[in-house]
Design a binder for this molecule. Structure first.
Ligand code: ATP
Ligand code: HMH
Length: 279
């Protein structure tokens, strides 16, 4: 199907306040010039102060949505977000093996900014066994990288080791996000399939309005891959985009407010340092 509009898909939970999960993904897709399909695995009653309630969609219904999209659309990159439980994880893994959705970005969402658990503990093994080996790129934050590798990560060396371990578990490429913490410089670590590695460094923007940062960077990577970027270019672009959405902040809600998805990227070009390292 040549010349069709670039189409991507998010498989995720929906946040009623519109800032994280599927809503962040769709806003990012739209702002970055790709068409977004959406397979809903859970509904969350959520706002910028926390998650009040979660209801899972049945695995049968998740599978039906995936089939409907596969039967009609031409998806060239797919990302997953909140998956909730082991049954959903295995349902999604089966679909990714059955259909050709192109590059697969696995954002292993576990805990919301306010502390609510978005993945049952019993589902972590399912993610490791069923999804990591299928992933083009896995994008854990530091706590998620610790859970997936079963290690404690405190130093740069431990971050690099965790990235290697995630590759050994089957992920082709790894992005470990460093948004958590309060150091003045935010540092994300990237290990690519060819064993090249680099840090993406930016000044931490002093704000609590970071609802949906992880969803947004992984959605932007997904969009850029569908537009034809190399993975490295897509990751660097996405880092610039999420940086702009954080800095050009908007005022919504009373807690961890959402990002400005229509932020412009012109002023951010010099803000991200790319530091190559020996993997
Ligand atoms: N205060 C900040 N200033 C600048 N960049 C930030 C800030 N917080 C997060 N980032 C960047 O946002 C991106 C997402 O990182 P983060 O570690 O917050 O992901 P996450 O924990 O998965 O987010 P989520 O809350 O969506 O689960 C990374 O590129 C990170 O460097
Ligand atoms: C539904 C949903 N997915 C992902 C996240 C993480 O940002 C969240 N808070 N809510």
């Amino acid at each position: 199907m040549t010349n069709s509009t670039p189409q991507v898909m998010t498989i995720a939970g929906i946040d009623s306040s519109g800032g994280a999960g599927m809503s962040a993904d769709l806003k990012t897709f739209t702002m970055n010039g790709v068409y977004g399909a959406n397979v809903v695995v859970s509904i969350t009653a959520q706002n910028t102060t926390g998650v009040q309630s979660v209801e899972m969609v049945s695995p049968t219904m998740v599978a039906a949505q995936l089939k409907s999209v596969a039967d009609d659309l031409h998806i060239s990159a797919v990302k997953t977000g909140m998956l909730g439980d082991a049954q959903t994880v295995t349902t999604v893994a089966k679909a990714i093996q059955t259909y050709d959705f192109g590059a697969f970005i696995l954002d292993p969402v576990m805990v919301a900014k306010g502390g609510a658990h978005l993945l049952e503990d019993s589902a972590v093994t399912a993610v490791i066994q069923n999804l990591l080996p299928l992933s083009t790129l896995v994008t854990p934050n530091l706590p998620e990288a610790e859970v997936l590798t079963g290690t404690t990560i405190q130093s740069d060396i431990e971050i690099a080791q965790a990235a290697h371990q995630l590759q050994q578990l089957g992920a082709k490429n790894v992005l470990i996000k460093g948004g958590h913490g309060d150091e003045p410089v935010v540092r994300d670590y990237v290990l690519l399939a060819d064993q090249s590695a680099f840090w993406l460094e930016s000044q931490r923007f002093a704000t609590i309005k970071t609802h949906g940062t992880g969803d947004t960077i992984s959605a932007a990577i997904t969009a850029r891959l569908a537009l034809g970027d190399s993975l490295k270019a897509a990751i660097i672009y996405a880092k610039h985009y999420v940086d702009a959405t954080i800095r050009q902040s908007i005022n919504v809600g009373h807690g961890h407010g959402p990002l400005n998805h229509w932020a412009t990227m012109d002023a951010t070009q010099d803000r991200i340092n790319i530091v190559d390292v020996q993997a």
